[in-house]
Design a protein around this ligand. Structure first.
Ligand code: 5GP
Ligand code: ZN
Length: 138
């Protein structure tokens, strides 16, 4: 088994695990963006969100919901940024789906999801919407 996150799920390599349930395992990121930076992974290996079953995705997000309040309170944070790098081009470095929960504090100097994008759009909003509706079969 070469996937690092599968190996953490299996207990083969150490991690600061904070929660485990039927579908997911949550542990501290080894290179935290902020104190209390948690990653939550599905037990089942799947690389991309689009490859997940609806049930597995629901199970993963249930764990996110269960953890986000306690993580925020444990670190006396004001908010959290919750994110998924989904695919290599987005910056995903470990091809096993994982949700980041990063505690945030007023004035912490970090940006928002909006600040990671240079906003170089090539299509109008309407064109993009039409393309997505078509892909959805609508
Ligand atoms: P990505 O960029 O794929 O969304 O994030 C992967 C995250 O996994 C990174 O934030 C990185 O610090 C973390 N990470 C990589 N290897 C390990 C590891 O062996 N243990 C833990 N706990 N986190 C890891
Ligand atoms: Zn894996």
């Amino acid at each position: 088994m070469s996937c690092i996150f599968c190996r953490i799920v299996a207990g083969e390599i150490p991690a600061e695990v904070v929660a485990k349930d039927e579908g997911a395992v949550a542990f501290l990121d080894i290179n935290p963006l902020a104190d209390g930076h948690v990653v939550i992974v599905p037990r089942k290996h799947v690389a991309l969100v689009e490859e997940m079953t609806a049930d597995d995705a629901a199970s993963l997000f249930r764990t996110v919901v269960r953890l986000v309040g306690p993580v925020r309170k444990a670190l006396a944070a004001d908010a959290t940024t919750i994110g998924v790098n989904d695919g290599e081009a987005s910056g995903q470095t470990i091809p096993h789906v994982h949700v980041h929960i990063v505690p945030r504090w007023k004035g912490d100097g970090a940006g928002t999801i909006h600040t990671i994008f240079p906003r170089k759009t090539k299509r109008t909003v309407a064109e993009a919407a039409a393309a997505i509706r078509k892909a959805l079969g609508g």
